[in-house]
Design a protein around this ligand. Sequence first.
Ligand code: AHR
Length: 330
Amino acid sequence: MRRFFDKALSIFLSFAFVCGMAGCSFRPAQETSDHDVYVIGFSQLGSESDWRIANTKSMNDTFANNPDYELVMDNARQQQENQFAAVRRYILEGVDFIIIAPTVEDGWQTILTEVHDAGIPVIIMDRSVAVDDEDLYLTNIGSDFLRQGNLAVEWLEDEIPEDAEIKILHLQGTIGATAQIQRTKALEDAVAKHPNWEITSQLYGDFTEAKAYEVVTDYLIENSDIDVLYSENDNMTFGAMRALDEAGISYGNGGQVKIITFDATKEALQYCHDGKINLCVECNPMFGPRVKELIENYRNGLPIPKHVYVDESAYTTQNITQEFVDSREY
Ligand code: AHR
């Protein structure tokens, strides 16, 4: 018996010694081990707009405090080469999954081939990529940006008399981004159909308030004859509104310039409710939960559609309530 206790004690001490050296700890049975954590590398393109900030928050909120997942995010500050560097780092670190919100559509073939060769599944989120082989990514979740643009021009067609001559100032987002390409296409197609519609200028605002303020301020020094502002996101609209205010040009309901904006953030909806913006076309950034669902479907071997569009609408001063504005999450 004595020999049995001596042996048990010696086994216990050896185990405790090995654990001490190796840094082991006892875990409750239900606790997830590091091995089970599913690591997602997320290359977010930037923080240029309120939309983007809401989108990042939606992703973080979805995966935060979830012991099964770890979301590692990199902010590329609107530079595609920063996205390439982040994705290559994720490959080296051997993450389980990669999500990319691409700055622009072109230039992804090589890096996506590298990710594919490393056997890591990829979701393209928000905007799209132009690659030869769609099998390089699992799915593309985001907005139907062409539909958004078409909603805007259809509203304008209803709003103005058919033969009215109109001058449109067009504020463009990051050139080559899906949101810019498709919203621009909708407007240019409509202008081609309506000989009495004219785009007086296409100004580059890079989806930021500061850039839009700068270019619109400069533009208004020489040109004040504008009937419509077609602005490819809310933050650029806010910059343009400031420039219009300073130039003494009225806008919104009953004003000289009708304003069309994209995103429909809370601030823009409030302006719309107050009659300062005529049309807010929604671009929904809150798709963290849908991304998680897609990842889970993939992990469970369920089929994944190649394109997933989020639900969106459009709001005017006439159809928006204060209650709705107050309930807006972003
Ligand atoms: O790609 C979505 C667009 O990017 C949003 O309209 C804009 O606000 C953002 O910066």
